[in-house]
Design a protein around this ligand. Structure first.
Ligand code: FRU
Length: 348
């Protein structure tokens, strides 16, 4: 009888130990992330977030991507809230359509971090991103400094239904007001479809043979203009400025290095900073209403060095990822050993 009881106790003790060692640590918080769209710049943002999240194993990320469709994004935010999130990070596709749902989430007591794009309301916890107005202003002054303060500009803008489109336009306008010989002669809401640039720009070039500056609200659109103008045999007549300054293959820094655009203004994605902000809020630490990120001009003098440095940083980050995997494997191995030891002790 005693022997059986001891055996039963040992067995239940053994099973409890096994259960303990097999359990993964429970996630304490869930960060909901509503991403407006899908492109290379967004991928960089998401990778930054994932890398930063590596430091917080108790935090889970739930992401939903609306492919440039505001109604879809509204539905996805509702889904995230229904599924249960502790905080919402959101890059609103457009200003007006997303305002109401984001206000509702905030009023329900879920902290809201706006990243990159803003709403028409101040009902959010914090905004993370560069000032698009300042970027527009910097673009205007930079163009003036590179073109003898004289020129006819074609502006290829982001849609005016989103805050970066408005900020980049207004800041630029305010800057070039100070240069009487700099003038925007054609304005195009370009980004819904780059293909539209191929149709629109050739006619504008015919109507304005004096045009000599491209101000693109993104590098991608500035480079598209370069391709169109090159086909017309006028590539060297123009100065091309874009925004984003993404590192790596196909990014704006590479475009500057290759001479397809003359310069780009860095527009940081805010991926890392938005996760940092989320952790600050979840830990009840004070946070500012705006976390402004800095920009910088990328031109042929620094493009190469910045690209190489970014490559190095990416390699280091990949190394960190590999080391993290290795540590997980070792932890698993250690756990298996523990289990084995318990089995041995139990059977003894
Ligand atoms: C990417 C993008 C960037 C731009 C940002 C503005 O989706 O269009 O090119 O800088 O969004 O919100």
């Amino acid at each position: 009888m005693l022997k059986t009881t001891i055996q039963l106790i040992s067995l239940s003790w053994l099973l409890t130990c096994l259960a303990c060692f097999q359990q993964k640590p429970a996630k304490k918080y869930t960060v909901g992330f509503s991403q407006c769209c899908k492109d290379d710049w967004r991928t960089v943002m998401e990778n930054e977030m994932l890398r930063e999240l590596d430091f917080y194993p108790a935090v889970a990320l739930k992401k939903k991507v609306a492919v440039g469709n505001s109604q879809q994004q509204i539905a996805q935010i509702k889904e995230l809230v229904a599924e249960g999130i502790d905080i919402l990070i959101v890059a609103p596709n457009e200003t007006e359509p997303l305002t109401e749902i984001i206000e509702t989430v905030y009023q329900e007591g879920i902290p809201v971090i706006l990243v990159d794009r803003e709403t028409a309301s101040n009902q959010y916890t914090t905004y993370v991103g560069a000032s698009n107005y300042e970027i527009g202003r910097t673009a205007g002054h930079y163009i003036a400094s590179q073109t003898d303060k004289t020129g006819k500009i074609i502006e290829l803008a982001l849609p005016q239904s989103m805050t970066p489109g408005v900020g980049r336009r207004n800041g630029f306008e305010d800057a070039i007001k100070q240069y009487p010989n700099l003038e925007v002669i054609a304005f195009f809401d370009a980004s819904w479809s780059l293909d539209k640039v191929d149709v629109w720009l050739p006619d504008v070039l015919d109507q304005h043979p004096e045009a000599n500056i491209i101000y693109g609200h993104t590098d991608v659109v500035a480079e598209r203009a370069y391709q169109v103008i090159r086909k017309k045999g006028k590539a060297n007549q123009f100065f091309y400025l874009g925004i984003d300054g993404l590192a790596g293959k196909g990014g704006g820094i590479q475009m500057v290095e290759d001479g397809r655009i003359n310069a780009s203004l860095l527009y940081p994605t805010g991926g890392t900073e938005s996760i940092k902000a989320a952790m600050q809020i979840l830990n009840n630490l004070p946070i500012e209403k705006r976390i402004e990120l800095n920009t910088t001009v990328i031109d042929p003098d620094n493009a190469r060095i910045i690209n190489r440095q970014m490559e190095k940083v990416l390699n280091l980050q990949e190394n960190i990822g590999q080391q993290k995997n290795l540590i997980s494997e070792l932890e698993q191995f250690y756990q298996n050993q523990q289990v084995l030891i318990y089995i041995l002790i139990g059977s003894l």
